[in-house]
Design a protein around this ligand. Structure first.
Ligand code: GLN
Ligand code: ZN
Length: 825
């Protein structure tokens, strides 16, 4: 160990990552052009190179230092976890033939091969996708088995470093800090894969089919291999002259992963002893390069776990040179907070603490004065140095508020997107290093903004506050289910195994063009309404022809299930360029929830009532639930989420009343994000489930006894929220279930759920048409584990991404299967 080693200077102001999609979504366009066959990989590489260079210089222009690894090298073509898979050559067996690139390097994916892992090919499914911690970003789940190849096969990170440190255009050089998913987090996020077919043939010992990992195998068992490969990466980065590298270990902030924390801690100690202690960061004599760059380990998305020893002490006990902590979601480490007792952390005296005081996850301007006080308090921890950083990568926020022509000036002044956050970090670093006087103007301005926001009209609306304050437990109760079920059956007269859909019908390019023309002002309101009504009429006619039992209007008027509501509710604003990456090339524009929420006028009633006027069958009104609206928006930081959820719920409750007044007898309130907002710590689950379930009930319990309330859940494993699903008290719950072959039905039944259940009978993510037999099979399976009288038949999710051809065929088979099984009851 190099006791005397002084690490290269790490800038006092840095960010953990920056949006990579481009200010005008240049990367999205370029990547999709390659997929569509309109460009070559060379052209895509060139676009990406330009984007990286422009971004790095832009960040220097915003005040990050060009020479001291302040600028993160956080680019990715698709996903940072997939990047780690590519770097390691850890390719699942079904894609192994892709892992020999055009340049012949064994194990290395070409850029096309890389995208194939993300998107699948023919009958080879892509890597699974799942949510990245508690964000709306989705990563690809690596599949790691006992004999998955693992090595250092792709030097992209090294090339990207060099390309900016020695730019080909001879312009300004930027010494970046390459960012990689840390080895422990990589494995903890991986799913166990089976041994290869070849290995199975060679071994008679176990009989599991390829695809199933051998009993007891966990990806973390491959830690030594991954760490050995990372050691090679670090050597290569050092040889290229990289002074610093960033290894992201957010797994250290959650307790939802399967591995107990003492084992995680052990893995961290082992990994960083191999990487930080065994490799020397000090250059040798005669120009021999260091064996590795200085290492910054980050722990974003929450406080470091402390349930089995102190997470900060754990990292401080390793020989890494810097540690980044999230001080927005996480508490200031013990000894500093509140009581003022100075408690130093052993090991920290030789390290830089990167204090994540600027929120990387939300879009509000920071209260700089308060953050500076937090930073000043950190000196008591006894760190070798304190640098200022963001709590997480800025990946989760849009690029630049200045780019928003339509936002109200007042609201705009309260917001900080990525570029404004960089400026905040720079200001705080200056204030910390040179004293408050050096940034007096910025502090004063920030304080003024905080005050103007608190006092602005619309932020606190007394009538809204009075209404939420007056709520009582009776406001979230409906009549007993048996009574409801009887009244609803009398009103709706549905057959057993009723059929329905989840709401949306195909959003054809014609619909999207019509909407775009209307937004641009090329279509009048009347023309737009007429076009949408025509669409609704044909959707209703199709459903009647197919013989579905509960119809929908098809949601043609909705650009997005959250934005549609945000555009109409008071308290929300929407942006023009506020895109953030959701997964791969997919971007979303989350609305900004800035003030108390209320409903100035009905939101959906006209469309739904129009559909109902065209048929004698029941038409289901479609609403997005409060939790989902919050989950897919930037939420306010000046009111507890539960209180905001109640405000949204009351707006929806009024909508339900108006739908009923228009004669609608079935209302569905979608909550696909219920599982998504579940906190990263178990201790916080009860509190979350309490407010989320309450807000759903508040939205729906104003419904009459004879009104049938549906909900819909998807996108996740529901194990951890099974009890909550029952707590929603919906009359009918439709859930994604086809891929797991109805697994959720017995789980719900075991949890005591005894109301209507519509397990999805086919996956809407692919154009495949399910056969009648296949649907029959799944329906029979579901009817085995729960009273068949409770079972509904519907697809897994909305049909908006599908085409009409496969939708029509699939629904025809679905209805035929329902009729077939009905006849046997
Ligand atoms: N009602 C919505 C639709 O059908 C539900 C979408 C969702 O669950 N994500 O599109
Ligand atoms: Zn869904």
């Amino acid at each position: 160990m190099a006791v005397e080693f002084t690490p290269p200077h790490l800038a006092h102001a840095t960010i953990l990552g920056y949006p990579r999609i481009g200010r005008r979504r240049e990367l999205k366009r370029a990547v999709e052009a390659l997929w569509a066959g309109r460009t070559t990989t060379e052209e895509l590489e060139a676009t990406a190179r330009d984007l990286r260079l422009t971004t790095a210089r832009h960040l220097v222009g915003l005040g990050l230092d060009a020479g001291s690894a302040a600028v993160p090298g956080s680019f990715s073509f698709y996903d940072q976890v997939l990047d780690a898979v590519a770097l390691l050559g850890a390719v699942p067996e079904r894609f192994r033939d892709l892992a020999i690139s055009a340049d012949g390097a064994p194990g290395r994916l070409s850029l096309e091969g890389y995208f194939t892992l993300a998107r699948g090919e023919g009958d080879k499914p892509p890597l699974e996708m799942t949510k990245w911690f508690d964000t709306n970003y989705h990563y690809l789940v690596p599949e790691i088995g006992p004999d998955t190849p693992i090595g250092f096969v792709d030097d992209r990170a090294v090339r990207e470093f060099t390309e900016l440190a020695q730019p080909a255009d001879g312009g300004q050089a930027v010494v970046t800090r390459p960012v990689l998913v840390g080895p422990v987090t990589f494995l903890l996020l991986s799913k166990a894969a089976g041994p290869s077919a070849a290995a199975l043939r060679g071994s008679q010992a176990h009989s599991s089919a390829a695809g199933d990992a051998p009993a007891g195998f966990r990806p973390l068992d491959r830690l030594d291999d991954v760490v050995a490969a990372y050691a090679e990466v670090l050597r290569a980065l050092a040889a290229a002259g990289a002074p610093w590298v960033q290894l992201d270990e957010p797994a250290l902030v959650t307790d939802l992963l399967d591995v107990p924390f003492d084992e995680v801690a052990d893995a961290v100690r082992r990994a960083y002893s191999r990487l930080a202690t065994d490799l020397s960061p000090a250059p040798g004599a005669d120009g021999v390069p260091a064996e590795r760059p200085a290492i910054l380990v980050t722990a974003p998305y929450g406080g470091l776990r402390s349930d089995a020893g102190d997470g900060l002490a754990l990292l401080a006990g390793t020989d890494v040179e810097a540690i980044a902590v999230d001080l927005v979601r996480g508490a200031v480490p013990t000894g500093v907070a509140g009581d003022g007792i100075a408690g130093t952390v052993p090991g920290l005296e030789t390290k830089t603490l990167v204090a994540g005081v600027v929120d990387g996850h939300n879009i509000w301007r920071a209260d700089l004065d308060a953050r500076l006080t937090t930073l000043e308090g950190l000196t008591a921890l006894g760190a070798g140095a304190v640098a200022v950083g963001t709590s997480t990568s800025l990946l989760h926020v849009p690029h630049d508020v200045a780019d928003e022509p339509r936002l109200d000036a007042g609201l705009k002044s309260w917001l900080a997107f990525a570029d404004q956050k960089v400026a905040e970090v720079v200001t705080l670093a200056t204030g910390l290093a040179e004293g408050r006087a050096a940034v007096a103007d910025q502090l004063a301005e920030s304080t003024a903004v905080v005050r103007s926001r608190a006092e602005a009209p619309g932020v606190v609306v007394p009538t809204v506050r009075e209404r939420t304050a007056g709520l009582t437990p009776a406001d979230v109760e409906r009549a007993p289910y048996a009574e409801r079920a009887a009244a609803q059956q009398a009103r709706l007269d549905l057959p057993p195994l009723p059929t329905t859909t989840i709401g949306s019908f195909p959003q054809t390019s014609e619909i999207r063009q019509t909407r775009a023309a209307w937004v641009r002002g090329e279509l009048s309101d009347a023309e737009y309404t007429a076009a949408m009504r025509a669409e609704i009429a044909s959707t209703v006619a199709l459903q009647e022809e197919l013989g579905l039992d509960v119809l929908v209007h098809g949601e043609p008027e909705r650009n997005d299930m959250v934005q549609y509501f945000a555009e109409q509710l008071d308290g929300f604003a929407t942006t023009v360029h506020g895109w953030v990456q959701s997964y791969g090339s997919r971007c979303v524009r989350p609305p900004v929830l800035w003030g108390d929420v209320s409903r100035p006028a009905p939101l959906t009633v006209d469309w739904t009532a129009y559909a109902a006027s065209l048929t004698s069958k029941p038409v289901k009104g479609m609403l997005t639930g409060p939790v989902t609206i919050l989950a897919w928006s930037f939420v306010r930081d000046d009111l507890p989420l539960g209180d905001t959820a109640d405000q949204v719920a009351l707006a929806l409750r009024d909508e339900v009343t108006d739908l009923e007044a228009a004669g609608i007898g079935v209302v569905q309130v979608d909550e696909p994000a219920l599982r998504e907002l579940l906190p990263l710590r178990r201790a916080a689950h009860a509190g979350y489930l309490d407010w989320s379930v309450r807000s759903f009930r508040l939205a729906t319990s104003g419904a009459q006894t004879s009104t049938q309330v549906h909900t819909h859940l998807c996108y996740s494993e529901f194990g951890q929220v099974i009890g909550a699903i029952d707590g929603l008290d919906a009359d009918v719950t439709s859930v994604e279930a086809a891929r797991s072959r109805m697994e959720i039905v017995p789980e719900l039944a075991d949890a005591g759920y005894g109301r209507g259940i519509g397990p999805g009978v086919y996956d809407i993510h692919s154009p495949r048409v399910p056969s009648v037999e296949e649907v029959t099979d799944l329906v029979s399976l579901a009817a085995k584990s729960i009273d068949p009288r409770l079972v509904w038949i519907n697809p897994d999710c909305g049909l908006k991404t599908r085409g009409y051809a496969e939708t029509t065929d699939s629904l025809r088979n679905l209805v035929a299967a329902a009729r077939g099984v009905r006849a046997t009851l």
